[in-house]
Design a protein around this ligand. Structure first.
Ligand SMILES: N[C@H](CCC[C@H](N)C(=O)O)C(=O)O
Length: 271
C-alpha cells in the first residue's frame, strides 16, 4: 500500500490516495500503521477518496481503529495533498466528511500549499456552560462543544505541567459521554491567547487537535474568557481560530506538511 505521511502541528496521520489505492480493512489498517513498533507510527489513518458531492472525501480513523467524523489537522493536509498532487487545480475546494461538507481555502507558495483556512461549520453546545462532572473522585466543570465530533473543554491552571495519562482516559470513557469524547484542558493567558493540551478519543494525547482548538475557542467565548478570535497554543504549535458570531461559523487557519512517501506490505504483516 502506497502512503504519504503528513502532519498538521505534529498531529500526524498516514494518508492513502484512494483515487488510486483500495484499503480493504481500514480499522485494522489504522491500528497497524499507527503502531510505532510494528507499523509506521502515527495518530491514525486518513483515506482520501473520490466524492460525488465534493472535490474529494476524507475518511478518518483514530489510532485505535475507531472511525472519526471530522479531523481539523487532517482536513488541512487533505487539502494540501489533492492540490499538490494535481487531483484538483483550484484553491477553493470542498471536502466531504462524515460531519458534512467543509470548505477549504488553500494558500499556495511556490506551487505548493503551505497553510489552509477551513470553514469548520457551526459549533453545537452539548452541555450546560461549566457543567459539573466527577472524574476519578474529583469534581470538574466542563463545557461540551461539538464540531461534528464531541469535545469536553475544562478550564484549569498549570496545564503545561499536567500528566494526562490518567485523567485523559477517565474523561474519554466517562459515562456522561456515551460515544466517548475528546477532552481539552485549557489555560487562559489573555483574551486572545490560550494554552491547550488534548486527550483525543481513540488516539490519546496528540500534539494538536484542530476540531479541539475550535471547540476551545467557542467554549472560551461562551464562558466569557476570550473574544471570538483566539490563538490556541498547542504542544505542536499555534492555530488561529475565529468564531464569526454573525454567521455562527468557526474558521481555522494553520499549516499542513508532507513529510515523506512510502510503501508498506499489508499482507506481509498479516493485516
Ligand atoms: N480523535 C477525534 C478525531 C481526530 C480529531 C483531531 N485529530 C483533529 O485535528 O480535529 C475524534 O475521534 O473525534
Amino acid at each position: 500500500m502506497k502512503f504519504t505521511k503528513m502532519q498538521g502541528l505534529g498531529n500526524d496521520y498516514v494518508y492513502v490516495n484512494c483515487f488510486e489505492e483500495t484499503v480493504e480493512h481500514p480499522e485494522e489498517t489504522a491500528r497497524f500503521v499507527s503502531s510505532r513498533n510494528f507499523g509506521i507510527g502515527s495518530d491514525g489513518l486518513i483515506l482520501i477518496k473520490p466524492s460525488e458531492k465534493a472535490d474529494c472525501q476524507m475518511d478518518m480513523y483514530n489510532l485505535d481503529g475507531s472511525q472519526g467524523t471530522m479531523c481539523g489537522n487532517g482536513i488541512r493536509c487533505v487539502g494540501k495533498y489533492v492540490y499538490d498532487h494535481g487531483i484538483v487545480d483550484k484553491t477553493e475546494i470542498d471536502v466531504e466528511t462524515l460531519a458534512g461538507i467543509r470548505h477549504l481555502s488553500l494558500h499556495v507558495r511556490d506551487g505548493k500549499v503551505e497553510t489552509v483556512t477551513v470553514d469548520m461549520g457551526r459549533p453545537e453546545q452539548t452541555s450546560e456552560i461549566g457543567e459539573a462532572i466527577t472524574v476519578l473522585g474529583k469534581e470538574y466543570a466542563f463545557t461540551g462543544v461539538s464540531m461534528g465530533n464531541p469535545h469536553a473543554v475544562v478550564f484549569m491552571d498549570g496545564v503545561k505541567e499536567m500528566d494526562l495519562k490518567e485523567i485523559g482516559p477517565a474523561f474519554e470513557s466517562h459515562e456522561r459521554f456515551p460515544g466517548r469524547t475528546n477532552t481539552e484542558f485549557v489555560q487562559v493567558v489573555d483574551e486572545g491567547h490560550v494554552i491547550m493540551r488534548v486527550w483525543e478519543r481513540g488516539s490519546g494525547e496528540t500534539l494538536a487537535c484542530g476540531t479541539g482548538a475550535c471547540a476551545v475557542a467557542v467554549a472560551c467565548a461562551l464562558n466569557g474568557k476570550t473574544g471570538s478570535q483566539v490563538d490556541v497554543e498547542l504542544l505542536g504549535g499555534v492555530l488561529n481560530i475565529r468564531w464569526d458570531r454573525e454567521n455562527d461559523r468557526v474558521y481555522m487557519t494553520g499549516p499542513a506538511v508532507e513529510v515523506y512517501h512510502g510503501e508498506i506490505g499489508l499482507k506481509e504483516n498479516n493485516v
